[in-house]
Design a protein around this ligand. Structure first.
Ligand code: PA5
Length: 445
């Protein structure tokens, strides 16, 4: 369960203003619940936790077992944006930090990601790694035409075809049910396929095969994740002022619209959640940043970033507020020992778990940032595990829908993502872009 605490905002906002925004958030909630608002043909994500069939998970497990039987030990997961970030977030959050360096390995397949950039060096180094391993790949693209994953897939596919007789069995495509280049290729080559549902947009797709297959391949507990998401699906369906998605949407819009807080910084105190920040930024950035509106989503990892952008947050332009993902319990315990010489003067901490220091850093930072003019929302989960990550995924998706409707934008489109693509295709002289190529070259002269 995700719990919300708003006391870190109370010295900044008036109770009456907050109540007004809760009313607005409840009206936005009605739009989302009624499924009649802008983009309502993209609401399939709302029911994924309760409707995902066990057979889908078993099909994913069958791929995993088949690849393990072939001796596969590395899976390259290719995708970008919504076809990448949810899976990456889950793998980073739930895997042992040093899983690839540990001498005692579990028998999970190693999952690495590609197709999320156009760096030549990244791809070259990926292929150095691929050359040392027994490889399979999952290519994920809803449209089937996105350049970054298409480039990476072309290279990985060629390598697999060159090195394995059973190449087609080592490739799985996750794409549209009917259309797109990837669907056509998969049919032609006989790849196994999974479907990205029509009614789920990329950034809301982590609980479709887009996230489920990589999560299963990485040996993570997808059933627990779906159970966590389902608990939130039930909890957030309640229309009331205590609904944490309503409260979160209300407070962030109040801070944005009335206090000119244009930037929301998602704060975590565990490096495992670095990619939660990346996933969350896409979710809110693509959902809300349109029509010249929206809170700019940023993320930091404390205490690491207290030694960098912490200075800005404490004393820079007062344009931001924080949303802290609080983890109530650590999964591991490391106790600080006593040292007879005490040269580092840490004996006052002897006998304390390291997490106690982290918790006090978190509390001290909260007070300092509030004193410095930074309101703070806190979202708490019990611990980092698959269940609670499922809770967070669903909570943020639902809250994002409510918040974007409150802001007055369509949460489920992303028209702005096309602008750079058009220029890039024109500059690359893609067939069909001849006119744009001429125009852009003239502009660059
Ligand atoms: O949220 C979105 O729609 C985008 O970020 C897409 O997920 C991203 O562009 C990848 O698209 P596709 O899955 O069609 O390759």
């Amino acid at each position: 369960m995700v719990k919300i605490q708003l006391n870190g905002c109370s010295s900044f906002v008036q109770e009456a203003d907050y109540k007004e925004y809760v009313e607005k958030a409840l009206a936005a909630f009605d739009v989302l619940a009624g499924e009649k608002g802008a983009g309502s043909d993209f609401l399939g994500w709302k029911h994924l936790p309760s409707k995902t069939p066990e057979s889908l998970i078993r099909d994913c497990e069958a791929v995993r077992d088949d690849w393990k039987a072939k001796g596969v030990d590395l899976v390259v997961v290719i995708g970008i944006g919504g076809s990448y970030l949810g899976a990456r977030c889950a793998v980073e959050a739930l895997s042992h930090t040093f899983s690839t360096q540990l001498s005692v390995r579990n028998d999970a397949l190693q999952v690495v990601f590609a197709g999320n950039n156009l760096s030549e060096e990244y791809l070259a180094e990926l292929m150095d790694f691929v050359a040392e391993r027994n490889v399979a790949t999952v290519v994920i693209s809803k449209s089937g035409t996105t350049t970054e994953p298409a480039v990476a897939f072309r290279i990985v596919k060629a390598w697999i075809e060159e090195h394995y007789k059973d190449a087609a069995e080592r490739i799985v495509a996750i794409t549209d049910a009917e259309k797109g280049a990837l669907k056509t290729l998969a049919k032609q080559e006989g790849y196994r396929t999974f479907v990205v549902p029509d009614n789920v947009g990329g950034r809301f797709s982590v609980l479709t095969p887009v996230g489920i297959l990589p999560i299963v391949l990485a040996g993570l507990d997808i059933r627990a994740m779906l159970a966590g998401a389902k608990e939130m699906e039930v909890a957030l369906a309640d229309r009331n002022e205590a609904n944490p998605a309503v409260q979160y949407a209300a407070m962030r819009n109040l801070l944005y619209s009335e206090l000119n807080k244009k930037v929301e910084v998602l704060v975590t105190y565990n490096p495992k959640f670095q990619y939660l920040g990346e996933w969350w930024k896409q979710l809110f950035g693509e959902s809300e940043g349109k029509d010249q509106k929206g809170i700019f989503p940023a993320s930091v990892n404390f205490t690491t970033d207290l030694h960098s952008v912490g200075q800005f947050i404490q004393e820079g332009d007062r344009m931001l507020f924080e949303t802290v993902v609080n983890i109530e319990k650590s999964n591991r315990s490391v106790v600080i020992g006593s040292d007879p010489q005490n040269l580092d003067q840490l004996n006052y901490l002897a006998g304390q778990p390291v997490e106690h220091c982290n918790a006090m850093a978190q509390l001290g930072t909260k007070l300092a940032h509030i004193d410095g003019g930074v309101p703070q929302i806190v979202l708490s989960i019990e611990k980092i595990d698959a269940f609670n990550l499922g809770c967070l995924f669903y909570f943020f998706e639902y809250a994002c829908g409510v918040s974007a409707y409150l802001l007055g934008v369509n949460p489920f489109n992303q028209p702005g993502v096309e602008a750079y693509k058009k220029n890039m295709f024109a500059l690359l002289s893609k067939p069909g872009y001849e006119e744009q190529s001429k125009a852009i070259r003239a502009r660059l002269k």
